[in-house]
Write a protein of this length. Structure first.
Length: 272
């Protein structure tokens, strides 16, 4: 189990007012090179955020079954983790630095889970495709925390919740995924949303509004549409991470609350 010196690390991030936490439905990678309602909302949201000391993202595209990893490379390589898209998408640049001390501070909060520091990963498209709009030229370190894909949702909720205090040390947390993510049923021609996608989106939105955590941590046991709307929960888990970081009684505001391509829920939220 890793141990860290308290004296040096505790001075790395200054105390701050409570930073926002958000969940972003990132959807199709092509949004990264598009000008549309989703990307314009991301850009506008970025102008409203208070200055952060670090940005930490939990992306659906970094799965580490049986473990939790935290990036700590001095500079973050860009990962083009997709195929079949225009070359332009693989030429996007998003230059950011990491921070070993911030990574160690995060790991110290997760010491019981033996979170490992990782210099091999970079920023996957679940991170850079949205941050290039929300924080187009960040002057603070950007880090990712992986998702233990073997961990049950209630335990995952408890794990990320241990980072909540870091919101009062200038850390902006972002979960990046999609609550409705049935890629195999996507309408690539831009057709209307499936009924089951709209129903699951509406049900989970109400549960989020009313902070019905038990339902959200057991989607398959709660909603009949979950099996088709969330055939695998890799994109659902970043929402659980963001949910866990909210303080008791803290409100959220939805944005980009629509279904894209028939089966990809873009619904997002930010704490207010």
């Amino acid at each position: 189990m890793a141990t860290y010196s308290i004296s040096d690390l505790d001075n790395r991030l200054a105390p701050s007012a409570l930073m926002p936490v958000m969940f972003v439905g990132h959807g199709n990678p092509m949004h990264a090179i598009s000008d549309n309602a989703y990307t314009r909302t991301w850009t506008h949201l970025g102008t409203e955020l208070p200055p952060a000391q670090a940005i930490v993202v939990v992306s659906a595209h970094w799965l580490t079954p049986g473990a939790t990893h935290i990036t700590d490379a001095p500079r973050n390589p860009i990962i083009y983790d997709f195929g079949g898209f225009p070359d332009e998408l693989s030429r996007v640049r998003y230059d950011t630095v990491g921070d070993t001390d911030v990574a160690r501070l995060l790991a110290r909060q997760l010491v019981e889970y033996e979170a490992a520091l990782d210099q091999q990963w970079g920023l996957d498209h679940g991170t850079w495709s949205v941050l290039k709009f929300i924080a187009p030229a960040p002057e603070v370190p950007v880090l990712q925390i992986s998702i233990d894909y073997s961990m049950p949702l209630p335990q995952l909720y408890e794990l990320y919740g241990r980072l909540r205090a870091m919101r009062r040390r200038g850390v902006l947390f972002i979960g990046s995924g999609n609550i409705v993510h049935a890629l195999g049923r996507a309408r690539w021609d831009g057709g209307a949303a499936w009924d089951w996608a709209e129903q699951f989106d509406a049900d989970t939105a109400m549960a989020l509004r009313e902070r019905q955590i038990g339902k959200l941590l057991d989607p398959y046991g709660t909603w009949a549409e979950a099996r088709i709307a969330v055939p695998t929960d890799d994109h659902y888990r970043p929402m659980v991470a963001a949910l866990s970081l909210l303080e008791d009684g803290e409100d959220i505001r939805f944005f980009n609350d629509s279904i894209d391509m028939g089966s990809i829920g873009m619904r997002s939220f930010v704490s207010v």
